[in-house]
Design a protein around this ligand. Structure first.
Ligand code: ADP
Ligand code: MG
Length: 244
């Protein structure tokens, strides 16, 4: 059976005039539908490079990335990329920011408007539909950015790639997701598994499966028994890594 997303021995290096920098080395990883993967690793190890490869912004030098068994350029799978910076446009209202993707894809109709309205309600932004981004708090802006991403992904099976800070809101959506963060608590509160990368060139150092009760919220996880031991285990691995 095909995995939802599979990385097969993926390597990537950056070429500059002066040097070649190997960023990722033979990364192999399988992700199943609905899974939430947190990726942690030392700064500069290659985390952003990995996200850029998965969303097709750059291509691997070696190895391949398959979505449901097919090369990425052959699938209609949608990938939503949420960055730490929300990239909301100040000259547009919140409503016209969250519908921008739909508008660009000519998918803004009564159905999609209804879904957007529901999400604005769910995320407590209905009253701010006519506001400008600068009138919202940081958390509200991130929720608006999430709605914009989800609005486009809605119809298709999608995978969401996210940067630090987006984990908690993303968790609610039960989508297949990959979160890159250096906030270990965030990684452990939301993930099904935590992938630990080595320092550059990034290799997979370890994968820790998180065994919490199914229905715990991220906050409840933080207070649950296994949290501290996961935190210590992963923290230790990251430290050893930085020193080696
Ligand atoms: P992380 O997100 O884990 O901090 P990155 O994926 O951004 O790391 O970068 C991994 C390594 O690749 C960095 O240490 C850097 O040296 C190198 N790198 C990243 N972007 C470029 C680039 N555009 N040109 C050359 N080297 C780069
Ligand atoms: Mg980065």
């Amino acid at each position: 059976m095909n995995h939802f997303l599979e990385l097969k021995s993926v390597s990537y290096s950056y070429q500059t005039m002066e040097a070649e920098t190997l960023a990722l080395k033979e990364i192999s990883l399988q992700i199943e539908e609905g899974e939430f993967i947190s990726i942690v690793g030392p700064s500069g190890c290659g985390k952003s490079t990995l996200l850029n490869l998965i969303c097709g912004l750059i291509q691997p030098d070696e190895g391949e990335i398959l979505l449901k068994g097919k090369a990425m350029d052959q699938t209609a799978m949608n990938i939503g990329y949420m960055l730490q910076k929300d990239h909301l446009f100040e000259w547009r209202t919140i409503y016209s920011n969250v519908t921008l993707g739909l508008e660009l894809q000519h998918k803004l109709d009564s159905d999609s408007r209804m879904r957007v309205d529901n999400m604005l309600k769910t995320y407590g932004l209905s009253e701010f539909a006519a506001s400008r981004p600068s009138q919202l708090s940081g958390g509200m802006r991130q929720r608006a950015a999430l709605i914009r991403t989800l609005a486009i992904l809605w119809m298709m099976m999608g995978i969401i790639l996210a940067a630090i800070g987006c984990g908690y809101i993303l968790k609610k959506e039960n989508k297949t997701a990959i979160l890159v963060t250096h906030d270990l608590s965030e990684a452990i509160s939301v993930g099904d598994r935590v992938v630990i990368l080595s320092s550059r060139p990034a290799k997979i150092r370890n994968i820790v499966a998180l065994d919490f009760d199914k229905n715990l919220t991220p906050l409840q996880r933080r207070n649950a028994k296994p949290f501290a031991s996961y935190f210590n285990t992963i923290w230790k691995e990251l430290q050893e890594n930085e020193c080696s």
